[in-house]
Design a protein around this ligand. Structure first.
Ligand code: SF4
Ligand code: F3S
Ligand code: FES
Length: 246
């Protein structure tokens, strides 16, 4: 009789490399552990670090798909380690850091700096209209459907998965990625933002912006928050292209 409660033996191959360390060279290191019920990659990596290799580097903060810090390549596909159940993966699991972003070490990358630079470049804050800067100005109420559309885009956790999956981002160092385009789409929707499509054209009307996107749509497939990237990018491209044609 087979034991129904037997757990699988998982075999991890993890890309190890510490650019801070003299003599460190990229290599795949193998670790094995027994799968547990409800095991996520977060749990598995912690177990490896606690029981087998304290030098293994990876990032986690919230463990709940909120902070965006645990993005990594999971069997070649970007995803959040804390939201990935090992039972949905084959027993051989290969983990690597997200490409594009600065490597800190092993599975840890600096998405924070990339996102901060992007935010500064695209000025990802509401540019209030002149009269609304007055203290005492009462904000107008927002149509609930519009507020919902903005909220959908505000759910981005800046995990970097869409950027890591994008062929254009691999070729163009300054490409703003789906995350950048979705942020512009978000502020463009916001009735409090004073910027016009001509202003947005200045920001993203080139090959590092909306015209660099080749509609590969990997961003849409991998976004862990299911942002409507496909429709937003297509809509934005039509609107921004119209400014260029005028
Ligand atoms: Fe992550 Fe999605 Fe935001 Fe891209 S758009 S950074 S995949 S949450
Ligand atoms: Fe890249 Fe997504 Fe465009 S994968 S090319 S940003 S549709
Ligand atoms: Fe925060 Fe995974 S640890 S999203």
């Amino acid at each position: 009789m087979t034991d129904q409660t037997a757990h699988r033996k998982l075999s991890f191959r993890i890309l190890r490399y510490n650019p801070q360390e003299n003599g460190s060279t990229p290599r795949l290191q193998r670790y094995e552990l027994e799968e547990a019920d409800g095991m996520t990659l977060f749990i598995a990596l912690n177990e490896i670090r606690e029981q087998q290799d304290p030098s293994l580097q990876f990032d986690f903060v919230c463990r709940a798909g909120i902070c965006g810090s645990c993005g990594m390549m999971i069997n070649g596909r970007p995803g959040l380690a804390c939201r990935t159940l090992t039972r949905n993966l084959p027993p051989e699991i290969t983990l690597a850091p997200l490409p594009i972003f600065e490597l800190i070490g092993d599975l840890s990358v600096n998405t924070g700096r990339w996102m901060r630079d992007l935010g500064e470049r695209l000025e990802t804050w509401v540019h209030m209209k002149a009269g609304e800067l007055d203290l005492g100005h009462i904000e107008e109420t927002m149509d609930p459907d519009l507020a919902e559309q903005i909220y959908l885009l505000d759910r981005c956790i800046e995990c970097g998965c869409c950027v890591a999956a994008c062929g254009t981002a691999r070729m163009r160092e300054d490409f703003v990625g789906a995350v950048g385009l979705s942020k512009i789409a978000r502020f463009r929707l916001d009735p409090r933002d004073a910027r016009t499509d001509a202003d947005y054209y200045e920001l993203i009307g080139d090959d590092d912006g909306v015209f660099g996107c080749m509609s590969l749509l990997a961003c849409h497939d991998v976004c862990p928050k299911n942002l409507p990237l496909k429709t937003q990018i297509a809509f934005l491209r039509r609107k921004i292209a119209a400014v260029g044609i005028k």
